[in-house]
Structures are given as C-alpha cells and as structure tokens.
Design a protein around this ligand. Structure first.
Ligand SMILES: [Fe+2]
Length: 586
C-alpha cells in the first residue's frame, strides 16, 4: 500500500511516500526548483517519490494534505474583519491565491497529478504531531507541537499511544511563541521564516543572565506566561495579524529604537534582545514541558513544529524537565508535515500496527555511479576514480587533514533542513583558521555564526557534555550541547562563543562511509571531529544533483569534490562559472 503526503503553499513544500508504512522517499521541493523555501505545489518532489519506487500515481492508494485550507481561510477572514480597514490591502493581495489554488486543493491535486481517489485533509498541528510520534521509537509519548501558526492553533500538546494521538490542549492565534520569535527576528533585521536560527545563534553573544539583561524584562511585557506554560501575547506590540510588518511601532519603542536595517552593524543591544528572546522561549517551553509531564506521567517526549528546530533549547530539555527520552523527526518544521499526514493515514486512520522508526534522514534522490560518470564526461570535467570505499575514506581524510575544503556528495540526499553527510561540505575542525577560510571560500555568512561539528556517536561523550544521555535526534543535528572545556581550543571552528556546539552524531549503521571517514580523520589529527556544513552557498538550497554540486564547487572555493567514487580537483577544471559571493542571499 502506498500513501503519499503533500505539504505546500505556506513554506517549505514537500512530499513523502510510505510503502506499507515504511518511509521510502521524502524530499523538499526547493531542492529540485533551486528556490529556497519554495512554497509551490511539490510536483518535482512527488515525481521523485513515485520514480524512486518505479510506480505511477495510479499505484498510490491514499493522498493526504497537511492542513485544512478552509479552516485556515476562516482564520484569515476573521483577522481581516477584526482589523478592518487596516487589514484591507494585505487581505486583498491574498485573495487570488486563495480562490485560484488554496481553496480548490482537491481540484488542484486531481488536475496536477491526474489522481482520482479520495484526498484526506489533516489539521496542521496533528500533521506535526503524527510526523514525530508515529515514526518515533516510543509506543507511548507526551507530544508537544509549537510553531508560528497552522489553521488556528499555534501550540498544542497531548499524548500518543500506539497508533492514537490525542491533542488535549491548544493555544490559538494570535498568541504564538513561533510568531513572537519571528517578530523579533524581523525586528533584528533578519528574514522571517528563514533566519530565526541566526537569532538563536546570536543569542549566545548577548547577556543570557535574566537578572542583568534589561531587555528580558522589557520583552516580558509582550507576553503573559502562566505557571503551566500557557501564554498570551499582548497584541498591541505586534502587527502580524493585520499587516505584513510584524513588529508594531509600540514594540520598536519598547525596544529603544527602530527595526535594524539588514546588513547594518549588529550591536550589543541586538545581541541582548536575541538573548532575551531565547530566555523567554526557554522559559515558556520548560514550564509547558513540566506541566505536560505532570499531565501525562510519561517519560518519553516528542517535539515538533518550527520551534522544534530551536536546537539550543532542545539540548536543555532532558536537563531541565523530568522527561527521560526525547525524539523528533529530522524535519520538525512545516517541511516535515507531508510525512506526518502520510503516517497518520497509514497508522492512525487505517489502524495498521506500528513498525517504522525513522532511523536516518537519507530519503532523497541518489545518483548511481554510471549517471555521475555520464555527467562528468558529457561536461568534459576532469576526474580521477577511487578503486573502493577504503580508498575514498583514506584519501578524503588526508585531503581534509591538509586543510582542503571538500564537497561530499554521497548516496541519498537528506530529508530536512540539515546536511548530515550526504550533501555536506567537510573540513578540518582542528584548524583555528577554518571558520574564516570557509566563510571566505564558500559560505560568505555572518561572522557570528559558528560551524557545526560531526562526531561518531561512540565518541560524543568524550568531547561534548551531553548530560549522560544522547537523544537520538542528535543524529539529525537538532541539539546543541556544551563542548568540554579542554577541547575548546582544540576545535575552535566549531566552538560557539558560549562554548557550545550544534553537533551531529553519526552511527555506523546509518552511514558507514561517513562514519569511517570521521574515524580515519581522527587517526590523522588526534580528534575524530569534522566541520560539517551544508553543501550550498548562503541563501541557496542544499545541492541535490551532480550538476548542482559541481556548479556550487566551481562557483566557490571548494577545493575537491568527492562524488561517489569520483574525485574532482577544482584546479584541474575551468575557473568560476559564476560568482558565489554576488549570489549569496539571506
Ligand atoms: Fe507548522
């Protein structure tokens, strides 16, 4: 039985395919269209899912859509009426897309896919909940979903047992922790629904002491937090409910000045505001999770929704709440909801026995050796070929140890926003200059953002203070942990200003080649940790095909590209086809 999940028209469109309950393919549309956070109908992602199984749409038994468009439109209508006439212009601008596409989803899916069977629509937050719980290792778990907004809901919690999910409490729009985070992201001059993670990274530079950060007290005025973690925003500080601009004038006044202009200087004030926001987010989440534990008495927790990508907070969950185990799928944000609705149909609606635990994120397209070779030869790209995997490991480790920046293109592309060793740029974490080199050669990103380390799971405790428990989502780079003090100076490029690192752990069973490479690098350098950053330049989606990878390499300062068994040396090939620095976006 095939079940296809679809998510689109908000942000991060995606498709996911289940075969007899097993996740066999999943990908975000942006990887195919090369448009970051692409919201369009995920035709390419769907085609990929079907092609990966050699099937056509006729073989699909059920299609699920990740939210209920009519309920969402009801909320938009309510927003508009409540704030008329201020909301008139933005509401009018929305109408064509709603009447032409979003309110006609059945017709649209039927037409685009030539699909004649029923289509199932699931609540947005239930899609989030299902995507994490039903594919988790837990038979029973407390569930928390927190994001910007779905139809009406912005936060929900409940419990999952076997194939049933019950959401017992929800907080509704306009109160939203996700939208508070996005509003401050906008205030700090970053791009909403894209750069929230930058604000999270910036918070480490600010004053994380509640007592002395006066922006913490200022920001507390905009949100009323109850003991059980439920909260309410004071809407006079916001304008997202009736205009495209998120912070209101009153918020700017409260925070001592206008919205920061993009690319202008980031001052101590901006850093302290980021820190205050992170403190408040953590305060709400910890209170809510403590309450959720009281209500459910369950040791297992799954978290999803965009706020589930707050890896700084995720790393603190087990330390600050009574929960003993934590899980999240590789894509807890809206991109992951296509997987959620597909899992809900197969397990909850059709009541099939649970059997699938999502153990890795390698669910995207792969390119066989012949196809890569064909691409290289057709384009007259000079290459050499490794004889076997041991040679790939040995030689790549040497290249990285000699401080080369290596594009690593192996196997199936990752599902979710993180590069996890299939489409990664790898480099030497022990070189103190590597952060600078990477920024100069490839990433062109803000200096305050550190790079992420990858370590074999067995070595994680030696280098990171993981609080004696290593939750499985560490494999998906979803948690930040303190790096043990004695290693701060040994791996400076991956050590954030507060001594933390957003680590990825890797197990041999997930990706042997990648695991062996890190181990081999450890033999050369003494420390089995690499810098793992996504294979893209700033503002571009992660590469998907050999063409994307080669183009990214030739437009940047990546020194070597290892694509399957093929080694491409940048110096052996024509110079830049395009200037990546000019292309770098937010
Ligand atoms: Fe969401």
């Amino acid at each position: 039985m095939y079940v296809l999940g679809i998510s689109c028209f908000y942000h991060d469109s995606s498709a996911a395919l289940l075969k007899d309950g097993k996740v066999v393919a999943a990908a975000q549309e942006e990887r195919f269209t090369r448009k970051k956070h692409d919201v369009s109908f995920p035709k390419n992602a769907i085609d990929y899912c079907l092609k990966s199984q050699n099937i056509t749409i006729k073989d699909v038994d059920y299609i699920g859509f990740y939210e209920k468009p009519f309920l969402k439109f009801e909320r938009l209508l309510y927003q508009h009426l409540a704030k008329f006439p201020f909301s008139y212009k933005p509401f009018l601008a929305l109408l064509p897309s709603w009447f032409n596409e979003k309110l006609r989803m059945i017709k649209l899916i039927t037409k685009k896919l030539k699909y004649r069977k029923d289509i199932f629509f699931l609540h947005h937050h239930m899609s989030h909940a299902a995507g994490s719980f039903l594919l988790s290792p837990f038979q029973k778990a407390a569930i928390l979903t927190v994001d910007g907004v779905g139809e009406w809901t912005t936060t929900a919690y409940g419990v999952g047992e076997d194939t049933n999910i019950e959401l017992i409490k929800e907080i509704k729009f306009p109160s939203s922790l996700g939208l508070l985070y996005s509003t401050i992201t906008a205030y700090l001059g970053f791009k909403v629904n894209n750069s929230e993670y930058k604000v999270m990274g910036l918070s480490a530079y600010g004053n994380m002491n509640k007592k002395t950060n006066h922006y913490y007290y200022k920001l507390k005025k905009v949100i009323d937090i109850k003991e059980d973690g439920s909260y309410r925003l004071d809407m006079k500080y916001f304008s997202f409910h009736y205009s495209g601009k998120m912070p209101s004038r009153r918020l700017s006044k409260l925070l001592d000045g206008d919205i920061r202009k993009p690319n202008s200087e980031i001052t101590k004030k901006h850093k302290d505001i980021a820190a205050a926001l992170q403190l408040i987010t953590e305060e709400v989440m910890i209170k809510m999770l403590n309450h959720l534990y009281k209500v459910t008495k369950c040791d297992n927790l799954v978290v999803s929704g965009g706020v589930g990508l707050n890896s700084v907070f995720n790393g603190k969950i087990l330390k600050n709440t009574p929960f003993k185990n934590f899980w999240s799928q590789p894509d807890p944000g809206d991109g992951g909801t296509s997987l959620g609705v597909a899992a809900y149909i197969y397990y909850t609606l059709l009541d099939n026995k649970r059997k699938e635990v999502l153990g890795d994120a390698y669910l995207g397209p792969e390119f066989p050796e012949e196809e890569i070779k064909e691409f290289l030869e057709e384009n007259e790209i000079k290459y050499t070929k490794f004889v076997n995997e041991s040679e790939i490991v040995r030689e790549t480790a040497k290249l990285i140890h000699k401080n080369n920046v290596v594009g690593w293109f192996q196997g199936r592309m990752e599902w979710g926003p993180r590069a996890l060793g299939a489409r990664s740029i790898l480099s030497n974490a022990t070189n103190p200059k590597m952060q600078e080199i990477l920024n100069l050669k490839v990433k062109h990103r803000e200096k305050f953002r550190p790079f992420a380390p990858v370590v074999c799971a067995d070595d994680a405790f030696k280098y990171f203070d993981c609080n004696n428990v290593l939750p499985l989502p560490t494999d998906f780079m979803l948690l930040v942990y303190p790096i043990r003090k004695q290693y701060h100076k040994k791996i400076p490029s991956v050590t954030h200003v507060d001594g933390s690192g957003r680590l990825q752990t890797i197990r041999k069973t997930q990706n042997k080649l990648y695991y062996d490479l890190i181990e081999q690098f450890g033999k050369l350098s003494g420390i089995p940790i690499l810098i793992n950053t996504s294979f893209n330049i700033r503002g571009e989606p992660i590469v998907c095909t050999p063409y994307d990878a080669y183009k990214c390499m030739m437009g940047t300062g990546i020194d070597f590209l290892i694509m399957g068994k093929f080694l491409i040396n940048r110096k052996d090939n024509p110079q830049d086809m395009w200037d990546s620095e000019k292309q770098a976006k937010d």
